[in-house]
Design a protein around this ligand. Structure first.
Ligand SMILES: [Zn+2]
Length: 164
């Protein structure tokens, strides 16, 4: 995920969909992070008692959001921006948060680039219809449009434009 050049949400969604919401490097299914915030809120409003489960934390901490710490979906630059990598689709890849963190180590990055694409053959085939729970986000976001932040509204627009 580039911290220097903000990518339009529509571009990020296009990359996630192209990559079938699977990490380019480890092939694990990734999770669209905003949905976890909504699931946490739904649960809070449902009257289920007990400690708040660790569904969402703004910084994807292991303590507060272990699923996102591992599998939160981010956009990776295959060739780093600092090394002249571009923001075009060919240089962008879906990554899980763990691989993205590993890739920020320059030496690891060189190793990982040579590994791609890492084939993992599921016994019954690769998932074709995983969506990172993004459809669930669309459903929950449409339920409470007045509560959306600007960022969430932009995600909703990008995701629903892609679906059509
Ligand atoms: Zn990964």
């Amino acid at each position: 995920m580039s911290k220097h050049v903000p990518l339009p949400k529509a571009v990020q969604v296009a990359v996630f969909h192209r990559d079938l919401w699977l990490c380019r490097w480890c092939k694990r299914p990734v999770i669209f992070a905003p949905v976890m915030k909504y699931l946490k809120r739904e649960l809070g409003e449902s009257g289920v008692v007990g400690p708040q489960p660790a569904y969402y934390h703004a910084h994807w901490t292991r303590e507060g959001a272990p699923l996102l710490d591992e599998l939160g979906a981010v956009i990776d630059h295959v060739e780093a921006v600092a090394k002249g990598g571009l923001n075009d689709l060919d240089n962008l890849a879906t990554a899980c948060n763990k691989c993205n963190a590993r890739k920020s180590d320059a030496a690891q990055h060189e190793v990982m680039k040579k590994l791609k694409p890492k084939p993992i053959k599921g016994k019954y085939g690769e998932p074709q219809n995983w969506d990172g729970l993004s459809s669930l986000f669309v459903m929950l976001a449409r339920r409470a449009p007045a509560t959306l932040t600007d960022t969430e509204r932009n995600w909703l627009i990008a995701l629903t434009a892609e679906c059509q």
